[in-house]
Design a protein around this ligand. Structure first.
Ligand code: PGA
Length: 254
């Protein structure tokens, strides 16, 4: 099995106007000149997907281009779903990835594991890489249920035809997102090992799936988090908006 290439993805959430494309372009220029080891992605709000893909350019075959992704997609390819966006539309706009099952979607929009699974299938159907998020709440961690919760989310959110080439798992403890709090390296290692074990039990290429850690990854903690066994990269929120915060995280996985 080929070695897993690290992957660092920025999730801009509901942040970014056209003027922000200059920041993304600066990141792309830096990636082109420094050729980091990690594959890089940026997931702007839907309004910027097409413009960002155009601004960043580069062919999918270029290992040092920054790929663009959506933050969500509908399970259907088209139809009467006001306000929604399909995986096919993201692909058409130039996307490579789509995040599905982010805890903010699960919480704000009541997305269940079954919904997340349908969205991951849609991503695969459209030829996108699905970045499927899982993570426990603080109450679940305090109750000692972390691994049980993660295992359940994985089982129910991953389609049976998921493969290392089209699926990335992001472990994002809900209590670490946007809070400045992070799990200890030992806590991350425990969860990532459990995820790896689950993937290997279920998929022939389970050893090849990339596992990202997400939740308050910052320049000052990235090196420690990225060094944990079975952490293949990061899903970065707040610190992905500015090159000066994002780049040290990219370099932490070099
Ligand atoms: P954060 O967000 O880095 O701002 O904590 C991470 C995420 O929600 O993907």
């Amino acid at each position: 099995m080929a070695a897993r290439r690290p992957l660092i993805v920025g999730n801009w959430k509901m942040n970014g106007l056209k003027a922000s494309l200059a920041e993304a372009k600066a990141m792309a220029d830096r990636a082109a000149s420094e050729k980091p080891k990690a594959e890089l992605g940026l997931c702007p709000p839907a309004t910027l997907v097409a413009a960002m893909a155009k601004a960043l350019g580069g062919s999918p075959a270029d290992p040092h281009r920054i790929g663009v992704g959506g933050q969500d997609c509908h399970a259907r390819s088209s139809g009467a779903h006001t306000g929604d966006i399909s995986a096919e539309m993201l692909k058409d706009a130039g996307a490579t990835y789509v995040i599905v099952g982010h805890s903010e979607r699960r919480a704000d929009h009541g997305e269940t594991d079954a919904v997340v699974r349908a969205k991951a299938q849609a991503a695969h159907r459209a030829g996108l890489i699905a970045i499927i998020c899982v993570g426990e709440t603080l109450a679940q961690r305090d109750a000692g249920e972390t691994l049980k919760v993660i295992n359940g989310q994985l089982r129910a959110s991953l389609p049976d035809d998921a493969a290392a080439a089209n699926t990335v798992i992001a472990y994002e403890p809900v209590w670490a997102i946007g809070t400045g709090r992070t799990p200890t390296p030992a806590q991350v290692a425990e969860v990532h090992a459990a995820i790896r074990q689950d993937l290997m039990a279920r998929f022939d290429d389970g050893a090849g799936f990339r596992l990202l850690y997400g939740g308050s990854v910052k320049p000052d903690n990235a090196r420690q988090l990225m060094a944990v066994a079975d952490v293949d990269g990061a899903l970065v929120g707040g610190a992905s908006l500015k090159i000066n915060d994002f780049w040290p995280i990219v370099e932490a996985k070099n």
